[in-house]
Design a protein around this ligand. Sequence first.
Ligand code: ADP
Ligand code: ZN
Ligand code: MG
Length: 490
Amino acid sequence: MKEGWEAVIGMEIHAQLATETKIFCGCAANVGDEPNSNTCPVCLGLPGALPVLNRKVIDLAAKAALALGLNINEESIFSRKNYFYPDLPKGYQISQYDRPFSSDGRLTIMTAERDEGGHARDWKPMTIGVERMHLEEDAGKNVHEGLPETEKFSYIDLNRAGTPLAEIVTEPDFRTSWQAYDYVNHVRQLLQWVGASDADMEKGNLRCEANVSVRKTGQKEFNNKVELKNLNSVRFMQKAIEFEIERQIKAHESGEGVEQETRLWDEKNSRTLVMRSKEDAHDYRYFPEPDLKPLVISAEFIAKEKESMPELPSAMLGRFQTEYGLGFGDASQLVSERGLAEYFETAVTKSGNPKTTANWILSELLREMNAAGKSASESPVSAENLGSLVALIDGGTISGKQGKEVLIEMFATGKSAKKIIEEKGLEQVSDTGEIEALVDTVLDANAEEVEAYRNGNQKLLGFFVGQVLKESKGKANPKIVNEILREKLS
Ligand code: ADP
Ligand code: ZN
Ligand code: MG
């Protein structure tokens, strides 16, 4: 960022809550089904149809709020946000305005600036304010046929109308695009972790908007902000913020100034474009939704939700370092997904060796999983079986190199390591008597080399080891072969 300037960024995230049905009716919340197949008088906005709040929404929202460090309000109010758009049949969206479901959150994330190559430097904790998380219904979708210039038809698909959303709004606490980037990833991880949302940006069930302004360093007041939309990935969002910071600094310096507006990210040309001037809250004529009672949340309900919360990733990250002696890098990779963290812990109970287990999971297993496009919970190798494999390598039954082959076989067949080792006869021979016999055979067959060795050609040891291993079909324990050879040759 240009010297003398500072960026101010606030984030808004919309997450689709992972319910089976919509927020105010019993229609399936499956957006991708045959267009308009998941609709009813309520979500079509037919006159006289009345909304009924889906209990599951409250359950998932509570989990999300607690994970994000928000206070759940004892009473919150649904309001109508009035605007016209073809994908909004009622002419208003049921949302929450002045009394949201939850508010006043504090959330600590890990964040780092990135160098030119995109590598993180120096991860540090950062605590930001989460202003609120409120509940609302989503709108439908307008579907346009053909290119903008040739477009002939537009369609409306109301499968998405009425699916439940949680909107999470932060204080303007971010100062760099990478902080915003790390925040969105953190929220995504938390929502998935507690099962509140699939939080998949590609599928559109997590969408984010960035509010960006710049000011002179030391300046107290905020300048006009621009809202950035159409951010289809966290990386695009980061690039859009970066572009916008530079654009605004130039606009201020040239005296042109910055308009309060909504801009879109144009990935093809790496720039932001004006979409519309920003509407103010009073343009929406918010008023309390008369068809829904105030939402009252009891202290007992909150206490029960708190009790049923899983250990959160930040706590697990600390515990993996202290309890298992893992480094920050390995530990944070393992807690990147709840299924993976749990997989690791189960595997360790079998292997008894946390560090080696972490290595096998993060290198060998993840490589296979990524290649197969699978997540930890879908692994064909159970955590118990992976733990046993690590134990067999640790105990010298097979070598690490053989272990890699065994793992690939386990991945392909789902069989246990023990079974594969038996079937393939991979077990290392460590029996000294057996190895001694092999050594004798090799030495007898290579009398000339034995002579040369005894006359000082020490390099021939490698040759003998190779011959013995070959004779044993690769099964002899190389350490023991070495020992016996030295003994017999001396
Ligand atoms: P709006 O009424 O335009 O939606 P809000 O006050 O509700 O504005 O804030 C929306 C988001 O914009 C929040 O995340 C907030 O932190 C952020 N924000 C507010 N003012 C600024 C500013 N001057 N610069 C950057 N972000 C801001
Ligand atoms: Zn419906
Ligand atoms: Mg707002």
